[in-house]
Design a protein around this ligand. Structure first.
Ligand SMILES: Nc1ncnc2c1ncn2[C@@H]1O[C@H](COP(=O)(O)OP(=O)(O)OP(=O)(O)O)[C@@H](O)[C@H]1O
Length: 253
């Protein structure tokens, strides 16, 4: 039976580093909307996101993004044009102003020159940096730099957005604003983000995948994950109790 292709289709992904296997036969599918990735330290969230952002070629298995097979050079190029990525450690040019940096990133993503400035202005506004758009990056706070990283990821209006721990360094107000932004973007794009904050997942994710033991241990809605918790499970919220119960059960196996 044929199926409708999804924006992200990963099958039997094996990934890792020399002498350090990380993902061992991972399957993952994501459609339009927001998918949150949870997992303990070292579970492989960043490794998976780097693979989806096509900065780390798979060791084996198949990765299809936006209908393109990324092992094919042409397919990779087509997919990259429609992809926005905020890495965990985001590199930037400290002497660039916020607007110039985001505009430069628009140019890198092949946004037509006549549209690049407006796209950058809009992205900077969406992350709440309009008031400091002419300030050099080296003079921004850590949270502002993080927001600039979010702006560069969204500037080309990508169909697929990958954010690695995007809420790190954001103050509570900015975290709430970012969740609203994710919600808005998720109406038309596919968003995959990692976090250690289950509140982020509860607030904005349509689907949650838990990585553990080299694979996707769990995929479902946040409500379904919360339903795995018991009253005596560890955790301060329904979702946290469900998550902890899942990890404890996996550890016991
Ligand atoms: N460049 C690298 N070379 C060798 N090992 C690496 C490299 N990057 C990550 N690792 C190892 O791969 C494993 C998975 O790391 P990864 O950063 O993907 O996990 P994570 O789930 O994102 O962790 P965290 O929650 O701490 O950010 C870890 O054991 C890590 O030490």
């Amino acid at each position: 039976m044929s199926h409708e292709p999804q924006p992200v289709e990963v099958q039997s992904l094996v990934q890792g580093y020399p002498g350090r296997p990380v993902l061992n036969g991972l399957d993952l599918t994501a459609g339009t909307g927001v998918l949150g990735l949870l997992g303990p330290n070292g579970a492989g969230k960043t490794t998976l996101l780097k693979t989806l952002a096509s900065t780390l070629p798979p060791r084996s298995g198949s990765v299809r993004l936006l209908g393109q097979d990324v092992s094919d050079r042409h397919g990779l190029r087509v997919a990259r044009r429609q992809l926005g990525y905020l890495p965990q450690e985001f590199g930037y040019f400290p002497s660039f102003s916020v607007l110039d940096f985001v505009r430069y990133c628009a140019w890198l993503r092949e946004v037509p020159a006549r549209l690049a400035r407006d796209a950058a202005v809009q992205a900077v506004e969406r992350v709440g940096l309009a008031a400091v758009r002419d300030r050099k990056l080296k003079h921004l706070s850590g949270g502002m730099v993080q927001r600039c990283g979010i702006a560069q990821a969204i500037v080309a209006d990508p169909a697929l957005l990958i954010f690695d721990e995007p809420t790190v360094g954001l103050d509570p107000q900015q975290r709430l604003d970012f969740r609203e932004l994710l919600h808005d973007l998720g109406q038309s794009a596919t968003i995959i983000f990692s976090t250690h904050l289950v509140e982020d997942i509860a607030a904005v994710a349509d689907t949650v995948t838990v990585l553990s033991g080299g694979t996707a241990l769990y995929t479902g809605t946040p409500e379904e994950l919360g339903g795995l918790g018991r009253p005596d499970s560890r955790g301060d919220s329904c979702l946290e109790r469900g998550y902890m119960e899942l990890l404890t059960g996996a550890a016991a196996c």
